[in-house]
Design a protein around this ligand. Structure first.
Ligand code: CMP
Length: 136
């Protein structure tokens, strides 16, 4: 099973990319595809379309277009739910010790990493970044 992670611009800019990848590999994820992306406003809006009506939508798009981000298609048994456990809660202050967000995130918005929240969204999000990958 595949899921999508994005190492967000805050973590890439802070030089945490390698440590986060090592953490993911230690959790048994295999990297099936990877691309450093500079999201345009249009692409970021499309990716976060479900949040369009939320008050944090505009700042989220601004943040996600502020620098390079690393999109990763990750494979593992129970990939979607396991990755959600490994990254921790959206707000790093609420995330459990040892989770990626607790270790590397700065705030609810600048929270280091994105992970798909359901198998359906994982399929949509993997093909958003890796359209040639095929069905997940
Ligand atoms: P992500 O997993 O990428 O999915 C949606 C993002 O919106 C989330 O991580 C946060 O970065 C951001 N987000 C969610 N809730 C809030 C909030 N209350 N305030 C600011 N940003 C938020």
């Amino acid at each position: 099973m595949l899921t999508l992670a994005i190492i967000k611009p805050d973590a890439v800019t802070a030089g945490h990319t390698g440590k986060i990848i090592a953490h993911l590999e230690a959790e048994g994820f295999r990297i099936r595809a990877a691309e450093m992306v500079n999201l345009t406003q249009e692409r970021a809006e499309q990716f976060y379309d479900v949040h369009r009506e939320r008050p944090f939508f505009r700042p989220l798009v601004t943040f996600m277009t502020s620098g390079p981000a690393l999109a990763l298609a990750l494979e593992r048994e129970n990939a979607v739910s396991h990755l959600r456990d490994v990254i921790g809660a959206t707000d790093p202050a609420q995330a459990k010790p040892g989770t990626i967000r607790r270790l590397y995130a700065q705030s609810k918005e600048r929270n280091a990493i994105h992970a798909s929240d359901s198998p359906d969204n994982a399929a949509r999000e993997v093909s958003f970044f890796f359209p040639l990958y095929g069905p997940t």
